[in-house]
Design a protein around this ligand. Structure first.
Ligand SMILES: [Zn+2]
Length: 324
């Protein structure tokens, strides 16, 4: 687990990356909305581990499944309908308004990026949106209030499209439903052109969406991962912060916190230079004494420096003792 000092230094690095960013892309997952009271349905104990998700084929073919899907949707509305954008959403909306972000790609269906002021033109919703519905056959849009009125009036039956009798479903992408081609293409184009890819609050395991960070990195962009838990792609990233997303953006966005971070980073910078010079000497000493582990520790810089010195010196002392 990272210490507070590690996170402060990482936030300083993040502040620098955001300052220099010209056409970044933010890729967001459930973690950005947890502070808004919306749980990660995939997490252990989350909604999906208790209520098996209804896949697309079942929804389309079974009236009973459609009734159940809409019952769950209105149950969710009661629990999370009043959710407001969090600190992460607001920070990204600011970066977009400043022209540093070219767009936001999200796996979330909660509509909180729009609620923070992000226009649809700059937002790609890979898994759709649960705050409105569409007819699966003719594509007509229906608002939730309309669906709810019909649902309640009929005693819990999912309404069909008045125009074509097709099934009406939230505008989300369900399991078993193909990824939306247009959204995937827009996300791919944003990723191909970005200089920084910020992966925020996603465990980066849901494919094909998780392919975008890899694409960005291969295209030469810097990859930043901010998530509470480790992700599959941490090893590939230029900067990884395992901390609360709201806290991270608050630290980066506040002038007083930024000043603190700046002082911190100057200190870290000067130390890094000293460590680098010292590392070379230590490595040479360790090489002379046959200590192989030192390089791995020393290479990680400031955080591992004391460990490198300790191990290097201990091995030097050990080899000295063996000689005597
Ligand atoms: Zn229709």
């Amino acid at each position: 687990m990272a210490t507070g000092d590690d996170i402060k230094a990482a936030c300083a690095d993040l502040a620098g990356i955001l300052r220099d960013m010209l056409r970044g892309v933010a890729f967001t997952g459930a973690g950005i909305s947890t502070e808004c009271g919306i749980p990660d349905f995939r997490s252990p104990g989350g909604l999906w581990t208790r209520n098996r998700p209804i896949d697309f084929e079942s929804f389309r073919s079974s009236r009973q499944m459609r009734d159940e899907a809409w019952r769950r949707r209105f149950e969710m509305e009661a629990a999370f309908g009043g959710a407001q954008p969090g600190r992460g959403h607001k920070a990204l909306a600011r970066l977009l308004a400043e022209g540093r972000l070219a767009g936001i790609v999200t796996q979330n269906i909660d509509g909180l990026h729009q609620a923070s002021g992000v226009p649809d033109t700059h937002l790609v919703e890979l898994h759709g949106n649960s705050t409105y519905a569409t007819c699966l056959d003719c594509g007509t849009r229906y608002e939730l209030g309309w669906v709810r009125g019909r649902f309640e009036a009929s005693g819990g039956a999912a309404p069909d499209c008045p125009d074509c009798d097709g099934p009406i479903k939230t505008a989300t992408i369900s399991f078993g439903q193909p990824m939306p081609g247009e959204a995937m293409a827009r996300a791919g184009a944003l990723t191909a052109a970005c200089d920084v890819f910020l992966a925020i609050g996603s465990s980066l395991v849901v494919w094909p969406a998780a392919g975008f960070p890899v694409q960005a990195k291969r295209g030469g962009a810097r990859l930043v991962i901010i998530n509470r838990e480790p992700t599959e792609l941490d090893d590939m990233a230029d900067l990884v912060i395992h901390a609360d997303i709201g806290d991270v953006f608050e630290a980066v966005g506040q002038p007083e916190a930024a000043a603190e971070i700046a002082r911190e980073s100057i200190w870290v910078f000067s130390w890094r230079r000293r460590v680098l010079c010292f590392e070379i000497r230590i490595k040479r000493l360790c090489w002379l004494s046959g200590a192989k582990r030192s390089r791995r520790y020393a290479a990680d810089g400031v955080g591992r420096f004391s460990a490198a010195v300790r191990i290097g010196l201990a091995q030097l002392a050990g080899s000295g003792r063996r000689r005597s």
